[in-house]
Design a binder for this molecule. Structure first.
Ligand code: G6P
Length: 614
């Protein structure tokens, strides 16, 4: 969703900001803009609807100068995507410029009050209300910008990450956050600002992550100051971000998504490294072991997540129930947080989030914590809000995921969940040693198995050509592979805009089979597990009604071949790890269909990588 970049120092700010905004493009957006204070104190604004490249064209020939500035990519919430609604927003006098991520829920009340004071508004955004509120407070109280920002934010209900600059001030940016991410990069005599630290990794590895309700006074001539809305200062905690620039580039692939699919053998190595001992197969997950009494004493485990992370959580449910015999519930974070759910003190809530910033998941975490549950996070982005808000957790360590459609994060999440289930199941004594060793051994081989399955890429690309015409798809699976079917359908929807539905194979008879005809292809995951024969019967029923079938089958399979029109053979692993492998041809199928249809694979329409507003 919206992205923020800021700079203050000795360099020209505009190129730094534009580069950062390019790095944030993956988040999804519909307009972009930048505001700069010129060396003589003027405040200039450049913004337009469209991509960062459109903004660059707009800037062409305008010579935007200034060593301090703020930039923004906007994903529309209040007001359509157009030039006027794009950020930054000027205050009525044009003396203050602001960028904002999030939603100000009480903006109507605030706006009505400002209108009474004679303010007029150019845009239909909630953000313009905030910049005018800051101006009104500053002018009526005769206070500094910093004080005005703090006083204004006390009146705001909602989520925000903001950055504010003012005419005549060439050295200072004020930033603040509540429920939306904000990182401050520390350089020598210069500061950077971003909603995603990775976007400014070209310049620094030292970051301060703003906490909720905190305000930062970023002045290039002074030490960084962090305070709460009351002005009480807190220590500045600088953290190192270990990330290489190459991880943020396509590395010769046409799209980030394809790169990320092909990275999976390596990302699985990174995910497993140091956690599964190759000799003893002992698994060390300190986030779990340090809190073992919480897991061993858990009356229930509740997963909260959204999107792909929710699908991974469904697999987590199978893993934990079968290995640890602890009842598991899987909740959409957005539903959980508004349902007044029963949360007990002996519940363990597991929040799963690639970005660690999804607004609903973060709110669910806070709710679970305040109800007294132990909250554990499975995140990818190190230092993200959810990672920090949980009591403990395990990073999946798959590196930056930039393609909007999640791929390597899904396989990393399932891998961490398998390790977690193995650790708890063994400690609890609900998992036999033989089973433990079988699955831990398969985990160690998973990167190699992943390499094997990626060899299906050409075959999948050929199949994709055949099926690019389709307007609808059904994805079927059972057991561990039912969530894989959901995930396969989601991938196709997200990037090809083809309608697709994932279903448990046996549910077809209860309605969806009525949809089957020659125009409705079915992707059936029919690998050799304990429901294999039953899945074959389900495939037969579709075949009998003239449906076309693509089956994902285990290597060497003979039976599925008889009823499916096309088979993709995947290597065998432990049944509970099969989704890590069987999801890969589905990622590839979605990718190739989308590219044949000419879709914007890495930045599909209307979608955001990180949904930081509810
Ligand atoms: C967005 C992304 C999805 C992702 C979901 C949850 O919708 O486009 O790819 O699965 O958010 O994100 P999270 O970062 O919490 O896993």
């Amino acid at each position: 969703m919206c992205g923020i970049v800021g700079y203050v120092g000795e360099r020209q700010a505009c190129p730094v900001i534009i580069k950062g905004l390019h790095r944030l493009e993956y988040r999804g957006y519909d307009s972009a803009g930048v505001a700069l204070v010129t060396p003589d104190g003027g405040l200039n604004l450049y913004k337009c609807k469209g991509k960062v490249s459109d903004l660059e064209r707009f800037l062409d020939g305008k010579q935007p100068t200034g060593t301090i500035g703020i930039g923004h990519t906007r994903w529309a919430t209040h007001g359509e995507p157009n030039d006027v609604n794009a950020h930054p927003h000027f205050s009525a006098s044009g003396n203050i410029a602001l960028i904002h991520n999030g939603i100000i829920e009480n903006f109507r009340v605030l706006k009505d009050a400002l209108v009474q004071h004679g303010f007029t508004f150019r845009s239909s955004t909630d953000s313009e209300v905030l910049v005018n509120l800051i101006e009104y407070i500053r002018d009526t109280n005769g206070c500094t910008l910093e004080e005005a920002v703090r006083m204004a934010l006390k009146q705001v209900v909602g989520a925000y990450a903001i950055a504010v600059i003012e005419r005549g001030n060439t050295s200072q940016i004020i930033a603040a956050k509540q429920s939306s991410p904000m990182a401050i990069g520390i350089g020598k005599g210069e500061f950077f600002l971003s909603s995603d630290a990775a976007s400014i990794i070209d310049y620094t590895q030292d970051f301060v992550y703003l906490g909720d309700g905190e305000v930062a006074v970023i002045n290039k001539n002074k030490p960084l100051r962090i305070m709460n809305l009351g002005g009480k200062e807190s220590p500045v905690d600088i953290q190192k971000l270990e990330l290489s620039i190459s991880q943020l580039e396509k590395g010769g692939y046409p799209h980030f998504m394809l790169k990320e699919i092909h990275e999976q053998p390596d990302t699985l190595v990174d995910c497993i490294r140091g956690r599964v001992n190759p000799d003893t197969r002992e698994i060390i997950l300190s986030g779990v072991l340090d809190h073992r009494e919480k897991f061993l004493g858990a009356g229930r485990i509740i997963f909260v997540a959204c999107g792909t992370s929710w699908h991974a959580s469904l697999i987590g449910e199978h893993l934990i129930e079968s290995m640890c015999r602890i009842p598991v519930e899987v909740e959409y974070a957005s539903e959980f947080r508004y349902r007044n759910p029963i949360i007990r003190k002996d519940d363990v809530v597991i929040a799963v989030s690639q970005s660690g910033e999804t607004a609903d998941t973060l709110a669910a975490v806070e709710m679970a914590r305040s109800a007294g549950a132990f909250v554990y996070g499975i995140c990818n982005v190190v230092g993200s809000s959810i990672a920090r808000a949980t009591h403990s957790g395990t990073y999946i360590h798959v590196g930056p995921e930039i393609g909007v459609a999640s791929t390597k994060a899904f396989t990393g999440q399932v891998t961490v969940m398998a390790m977690l289930a193995l650790v708890i199941g063994r400690l609890k004594g609900t998992l036999g040693e033989d089973k433990y060793h079988e699955v831990a051994g398969a985990l160690l081989e998973l990167p190699q198995t992943m390499k094997e399955v990626l060899k299906t890429a050409d075959q999948v690309a050929d199949l994709a050509k055949i099926f690019t015409y389709a307007h609808n798809f059904i994805y079927l699976g059972r057991g561990y592979n039912y969530p894989t079917a959901l995930e396969g359908a989601l991938k196709l929807k997200e990037i090809s805009y083809i309608h697709a539905e994932g279903l448990p194979a046996a549910e077809m008879k209860h309605g969806p089979i009525a949809l089957i005809d020659a125009e409705m292809p079915t992707v059936a995951i029919a690998t050799q597990d304990h429901t294999y024969e039953k899945t074959l019967s389900n495939i037969e029923e579709i075949k009998a009604r003239g449906g076309k079938i693509i089956a994902i089958v285990s290597k060497g399979d003979r039976l599925a071949r008889r009823c499916a029109d096309y088979c993709i053979e995947v290597p065998v692993t432990a049944e509970c790890l099969m989704p890590v492998i069987s999801s890969v041809p589905l990622q590839l199928l979605a990718y190739y269909i989308a590219t044949y249809k000419g879709r914007s694979v890495d930045q599909p329409r209307n979608l955001a990588k990180s949904v930081t507003v509810e």
